[in-house]
Design a protein around this ligand. Structure first.
Ligand code: ADP
Ligand code: ZN
Ligand code: ZN
Length: 737
């Protein structure tokens, strides 16, 4: 008897082995089955098949029944899941949970049914007149169909008591009553006005041709579409998808986060408005019922266009023809909880496994993708002009060391920015203010000269650890005492940088008492539709100043916004993250694309203590290529991604000494296991040393092969057999540490 490893549905994360009796039929990975669990019957999903160890052969309980004759997970997707499980060091069942959302596996939100009335026979005029005299409600129901020019309608539309009316009509042969599944559509009630394809300019045309060629090519390469903000990338996506759908295939479009990119969804829904059910939208705020219906609409081929965030890479599209990753550089594609996969990287892999084309689009591509284009792994197409003929806005950099001074010390809003805001508000124009905020204030900066204390070996800012009163490098382990005065200018003001959105909001209200000010940050975004509502209000000019974190920089298009202010470019720049400069450059370039999209010309003001920083200077000149060239050079010099991979092992425990001791023990073993040229740090407290009642320590490893790093860490943890009080988390291609 063969054995099957089953992910058993239920509260706890059970993965158990069962035997496959001959009468169970053709059990394959990805099928759901019924299994005995203690004294009840449970459902589960088959993960893998294997020959059981001889000792277990007769002790395995047999599977009771096969639920899906065809696997719910295609062989390609099963491959993708296994690959990701290995690469990211997570159990296969964790990946399967991504592929089959709980609502699909457990079916407790299965279809919602409703009664539908179908017109079977159109009554003649005299029949209808006779009916109006004898049974007016029956006549009205029939009349509805001829006046509405419809063949069917939900029974509920006819009001109370309609069931008896319908039954009488059914007996006379005019109509039939049917039970039908209702599609729970998350965009019910929204109107989409169909749009026509635009005539592409020559650059767009070339981009579209490259994608079309790649779709037809035997050996495919990912296409990187580097197009300045407003260059018409979305129009290229729309026409590429239209071709794919016409050829009978399906398309997947990935976007950073749906609630923040409502316009992309809107544009797709409108372009394909004639095929209303063909566009499925996935996101984290769907109800279980909506998710169930969208999933099945996609799997059955009813929805052939899918738009969603990183998790949409697992959508069960059949016959996939094209994958698009919009804003491919966006940090939200990396999941920051287990499984810690990268949505863009898995999208490229999925396209490869399905042998379909993949298009990565951005105004500011990630250095990983630019590097891949430079070495010929990707094909590069550029859009260098704005499609609407607008000028890129003027960007001014304000040096806060001089501009931000007032009697009471450094200021949040400089006098120059305050005056600019006043001018815009006077003219009835709108303002976006951005607080660049990632993580916490953990690095040390001098407010007088802008100097940031960095690691001698890696150039990354050192992280301050309060408990030990030490500065540490989270990449190589270098430690130093925090300086009492600035090493550059001797100022004694050197301090931890940072302030929060709420504080700025208060300050703005005092500075601009007449302005209508609204704040958007992660707290606000957690409420369903909150961001969408605020953005709609902003569009309707019910808000004058929108204050937010970098999330508001994404894909927004407000014609009346003529000023964008970045309050503290430094806060995102000087953090111990090898991509900090890249992120800041991307953010500023995107933000600059927001100002002056309508007929009004725009202006961007960036406040900073380090005006000479390359991220700011290249952003000011809208020079993505220049930035990429110098940043890649720096990354090569300091051996940082994309020239290497980084993985982080974090050990958590409620007991500080236990976590620290375990991390030290693991580090000692790891030294003997890690194959050169990979390197590792000493154990050190994590950037957030304590969270959810747990202490966290970490080891960072670096090396040319992510897979070797991942497998080595996994082996280390497995062989160490950590006790119950300890949790190990492996983050491959970690984004921050
Ligand atoms: P991106 O996605 O690169 O930021 P969009 O697709 O949003 O750019 O295009 C920016 C603006 O230019 C939109 O208003 C769009 O309707 C318009 N546009 C795009 N392509 C064309 C074209 N070929 N001709 C005229 N206008 C265009
Ligand atoms: Zn200084
Ligand atoms: Zn270092």
């Amino acid at each position: 008897m063969q054995a099957a490893r089953i992910l058993v549905d239920g509260q706890s994360d059970l993965v158990l082995d069962y035997g496959i009796p001959p009468e169970a039929g053709d059990v394959k990975p990805g099928c759901r089955v019924q299994v005995p669990l203690r004294n009840r019957t449970a459902t589960g999903t088959v993960l893998t098949l294997s020959e059981p160890a001889p000792a277990w052969k007769d002790r395995l309980k047999p599977i009771l029944k096969l639920i899906d004759p065809e696997p719910l997970i295609s062989p390609v997707m099963m491959n993708l899941a296994s690959w990701a499980a290995d690469y990211y060091s997570v159990a296969l069942d964790q990946m399967i949970r991504c592929l089959l959302p709980e609502t699909v596996r457990q079916e407790n939100t299965a279809e919602k049914m409703r009664k539908m009335v179908y017109l079977e026979k159109t009554p003649a005029r005299e029949e209808l007149d006779a009916l109006y005299r004898k049974a007016p409600r029956q006549a009205q129901m029939l009349d509805y169909f001829s006046s509405a020019k419809q063949q069917s309608a939900p029974l509920a539309a006819f009001g109370a008591g309609a069931l008896n009316v319908a039954r009488s009509l059914e007996a006379k042969g005019f109509i039939s009553l049917k039970e039908e599944a209702v599609h729970r559509d998350p965009s019910t009630g929204e109107q989409f006005v169909p749009t026509q394809p635009m005539k592409l300019n020559s650059q767009q045309q070339k981009a579209l041709e490259e994608i079309t060629a790649m779709c037809a090519a035997e050996r495919k390469k990912p296409v990187l579409l580097q197009g300045v903000t407003g260059s018409g990338k979305t129009e290229v996506y729309l026409q590429a998808v239209s071709q794919i759908v016409k050829s009978g295939k399906s398309a997947l479009i990935m976007v950073p986060e749906i609630s923040l990119t409502p316009q992309t969804v809107q544009r797709f829904k409108s372009r394909f408005a004639e095929l209303p059910s063909s566009v499925a939208v996935l996101h984290s705020l769907l109800s279980d019922g909506e998710r169930f219906d969208e999933w099945h609409a996609i799997r059955s081929g009813k929805a052939r266009i899918v738009i969603g965030p990183r998790s949409a890479v697992f959508a069960p599209l059949q016959n996939l023809g094209l994958v698009i990753v919009d804003e491919e550089h966006d940090a939200s594609y990396k999941q920051e909880s287990s499984p810690r996969y990268h949505g863009r990287d898995l999208a490229v892999l999925r396209a490869h496994l399905e042998n379909c084309a993949v298009l990565l689009g951005s105004a500011t591509p990630s250095l990983e993708s630019i590097h891949n284009a430079l070495i010929g792994k990707y094909s590069l197409v550029k859009l260098t002009e704005r499609a609407d003929g607008q000028q890129l806005p003027l960007i001014r950099i304000l040096d806060m060391k001089t501009e931000g001074r007032n009697k009471s010390g450094p200021n949040v809003i400089s006098e120059r920015l305050r005056m600019s805001i006043d001018r815009r508000l006077d003219k009835g124009e709108q303002v976006i203010l951005l607080l660049n905020r990632r993580g916490f204030a953990r690095s040390i900066q001098c407010p007088d000269c802008g100097h940031v204390v960095t690691c001698l070996h890696c150039s990354l800012p050192l992280t301050y650890h309060r408990t030990e009163d030490r500065l540490m490098c989270h990449l190589c382990g270098f430690k130093a005492l925090p300086p009492r005065s600035c090493p550059e200018c001797r100022s004694a003001n050197i301090l931890l940088q940072g302030y929060g959105t709420q504080k700025v909001e208060e300050l703005l209200r005092r500075t601009f008492p007449a302005a209508r000010i609204t704040r958007v940050d992660a707290d606000v975004a957690r409420r369903k539709n909150a961001v969408r509502t605020i953005l709609n209000q902003f569009r309707a000019h019910k808000i004058d100043i929108l204050l937010g974190t970098q999330m508001i920089a994404k894909g927004l298009d407000f014609p009346n916004v003529t000023l964008v202010g970045v309050l503290n470019a430094d806060l995102g720049l000087h953090i111990p993250d090898p991509r900090a400069g890249e992120r800041t450059f991307q953010l500023l370039t995107q933000v600059a694309g927001r100002a002056g999209r309508g007929d009004l010309s725009g202006e961007v003001i960036i406040q900073t203590f380090t005006p000479q920083s390359p991220s700011l200077q290249y952003a000011r000149h809208h020079d993505t290529d220049g930035f990429a060239a110098q940043e890649l050079e720096m990354r090569r010099t300091f051996d940082l991604p994309p020239f290497t991979h980084i993985a982080v092992l974090t050990i958590r425990s409620q007991h500080e000494s236990m976590a620290e001791f375990a991390t030290q023990t693991l580090a000692a073993r790891l030294r003997g296991m890690l194959p050169p040229p990979a390197t590792m740090t000493d154990p050190m407290p994590a950037p957030i040393p304590r969270a959810h009642g747990q202490f966290r320590f970490q080891i960072t490893v670096k090396g040319p092969s992510a897979r070797i790093l991942s497998r080595t860490l996994r082996k280390l943890v497995q062989e160490a057999g950590l006790g119950e009080d300890l949790t190990a988390v492996i983050d491959v291609d970690a984004m921050s540490f």
